[in-house]
Design a protein around this ligand. Structure first.
Ligand SMILES: *Cc1c(COP(=O)(O)O)cnc(C)c1O
Length: 426
């Protein structure tokens, strides 16, 4: 690359990659190998002692995955990344590095349904205790903080409701509490929003969605902003205490502003094991090359569909922050000025039955439980993704009985709108 700081589109194609030194291959090769030969005995010993960086075994790191890690870290403006098997695995590794049994973390109650489940039920088994706060009431985050709080977790654009969280305001609460702010940036992607610029200390992604972008590969990513001071008050034992298995080194002293990513790799990924397949890393890298083009088209199409829906007599409401009257419109202008994303919800006057009927009648839209595909997707959350939640939790999460969620693809917008029209009038 040239001397000048590369722009976002250039980074999306080039960051982390160079022609393969052995073969000259221009695309990043899929290093489909479990393990890597050591140069000699001393080299092997230094790799195992964390005195040198290098490849040992694909559960801990792989050269294809390393390109993906460097690329997403560059796009987010972080110091280091860690690629893992799924977005949910990334969340587990983050909390594993931060929490000890009995600890608490504060989370926005407007989150992806699967994350609400993970936090409510599965994390209980580790005695990691979630305390919910309301993203529409920043003071509720402040009130939720206790001496046991180890982190605050929000989504930039919250799934499924088109909620935009005031990242900067929550970051101030995290600063005052002395805990890191974790932002799930899956729905926005770094093309629309870079949470680190607004005070996030850790960014997490489901690469499965817009970053991979083609609905063909699962993956997750942890990005370390390099901003948090882990040494304070010995609150984070994994980062602050000597590691017996690594000659007694203290991770935050040895690795400085990328110590968090290292902790997630050499303790979390090593021992919990949710490694990303290099094949999936290759698919996701290919997807990221066109992220800026796709994301702009996703947003432009979503804006057109939201405007069309808001004129329809069958539609009770549309929750899309790109609409002028939307309650999150000003936050969208601040945090996502290029577009308000492509996942949003709307309500049908006919309620639950109208929602399931619409989903049954679409032809171009695919009825499935994913978002961030090139294809337009539709789901009725109350009967599917959010079914496990109580009625009150459903409404809180923006998934009441009348709610339909769309993930607008990059087809021709006239075809997307025509499909919704025929399905509503069928
Ligand atoms: C899908 C999703 C996740 C979970 O990611 P997986 O890759 O499916 O494990 C987490 N957060 C958000 C916002 C998501 O959309």
């Amino acid at each position: 690359m040239t001397e000048q700081t590369p722009g976002f589109s250039t980074l999306a194609i080039h960051a982390g990659a160079q022609p393969d030194p052995t073969t000259g291959a221009r695309a990043t090769p899929i290093y489909q190998t479990t393990s890597f030969v050591f140069e000699d005995v001393d080299h092997a010993a230094s790799l195992f002692g964390l005195q040198a960086f290098g490849n040992i075994y694909t559960r801990i790191g792989n050269p294809t995955n390393a390109v993906l890690e460097e690329r997403v870290a560059a796009l987010e403006g972080g110091t280091a990344g860690l690629a893992v098997a799924s977005g949910h695995a990334a969340q587990v590794l983050i909390m594993h590095a931060l929490m000890t049994p009995g600890d608490e973390f504060v989370a926005s109650k407007k989150l992806y349904g699967g994350t609400i489940n993970q936090f409510t039920h599965t994390f209980k088994n580790f005695d990691w205790n979630v305390v919910w706060a309301d993203p529409d009431d920043i003071a509720s985050f402040e009130r939720a903080v206790s001496p046991k709080t180890k982190a605050i977790f929000i989504e930039s654009i919250a799934n499924p409701g088109g909620v935009i969280t005031d990242i900067e305001a929550v970051a101030q609460v995290a600063r005052r509490a002395g805990v890191p702010l974790i932002v799930d940036n899956t729905l926005a992607t770094p093309y629309l929003c870079q949470p680190i610029k607004f005070g996030a200390d850790i960014v997490v992604h489901s690469l499965t969605k817009f970053l991979g972008g083609h609905g063909n590969s699962l993956g997750g990513m942890i990005v370390d902003a390099g901003t948090f001071n882990w040494s304070r008050e010995n609150r984070y034992p994994m980062l602050c205490e000597p590691r017996p298995e690594y000659n007694g080194i203290v991770l935050h002293e040895t690795f400085g502003n990328f110590a968090f990513a290292i902790a997630c790799r050499v303790l979390g990924l090593r021992d919990l094991g949710p490694a990303l397949s290099p094949f999936n890393a290759f698919m996701i890298l290919t997807g990221i090359e066109t992220l800026p083009l796709r994301m702009q088209r996703h947003c432009d199409n979503a804006q057109a569909v939201a405007e069309w829906l808001s004129q329809r007599s069958e539609v009770a409401w549309v929750s899309y922050p790109g609409l002028g009257g939307d309650r999150y419109h000003n936050l969208a202008k601040k945090y996502c000025p290029k577009g308000a994303g492509a996942v949003f919800t709307f309500g049908l006057k006919g309620g639950y039955d109208a929602g399931t009927k619409l989903v049954g009648n679409v032809k171009l839209f695919s009825h499935l439980a994913n978002i961030g595909d090139t294809r337009s997707l539709i789901i009725h959350p109350a009967s599917t993704t959010h079914k496990q939640l109580t009625d009150a939790q459903k409404v809180q999460a923006g998934a009441g009985p009348d709610v339909v969620r769309l993930s607008i693809g990059i087809e021709d917008k006239d075809d997307i709108i025509a499909d919704l029209e025929q399905a509503m009038t069928a």
